[in-house]
Design a protein around this ligand. Structure first.
Ligand SMILES: Nc1ncnc2c1ncn2[C@@H]1O[C@H](COP(=O)(O)OP(=O)(O)O)[C@@H](O)[C@H]1O
Ligand SMILES: [Mg+2]
Length: 145
């Protein structure tokens, strides 16, 4: 488990951009943390750090945004997904192909469907209004990733 602290939205974006190189082969990144924690900010930085110029915003109604790029990047918001049927209709399992990068907000809602090698990015509030604690781990809690 790795832990980072940021003190502004910009710092969160910059941290994510710095880490982006680790994800250029694709994979599944499952974000956890409530509303306004900075999941979308982190994803914005990550996408930018991959050299992808797509406009990043929460796909709340669309459920998935396709940003193209290399790796082919998809941004999900699972806030309204509450059953396997819902999940199937998002196309999640079709996007789950080798080489794609899946960035998933509200992954809490699809925890049982996440692949074994999912990386978790958990954001929680630190001190004051603007500090965030960002923890990166894999499925086996405590493993260094
Ligand atoms: N350290 C921080 N990192 C990220 N966002 C922060 C931070 N401090 C304050 N904020 C604010 O929190 C909000 C995060 O929004 P957003 O990224 O959309 O969150 P989420 O996708 O988790 O709902 C923004 O309004 C941003 O300005
Ligand atoms: Mg969001």
């Amino acid at each position: 488990m790795r832990e980072y602290f940021t003190n502004s939205e910009r710092e969160t974006e910059e941290l994510a951009a710095r880490l982006a190189g680790e994800f250029k082969k694709g994979g599944v990144l499952a974000f956890k943390g409530g509303m306004g924690m900075g999941k979308t900010a982190f994803i914005r930085g990550l996408v930018k750090g991959l050299g992808n110029t797509a406009f990043v915003s929460s796909p709340t109604f669309a459920i998935v945004n396709d940003y193209g790029g290399e790796p082919h990047t998809f941004h999900f918001d699972m806030y309204r997904v509450s059953s396997w049927e819902d999940l199937y209709s998002t196309g999640f399992f079709d996007y789950l192909a080798e080489g794609n990068l899946l960035l998933i907000e509200w992954s809490e809602n699809i925890e049982e469907a996440l692949p074994e090698d999912t990386i978790f990015i958990e954001i929680e509030k630190g001190e004051g209004d603007t500090q965030r604690i960002i923890r990166i781990s894999d499925k086996e809690e405590g493993n260094i990733v």
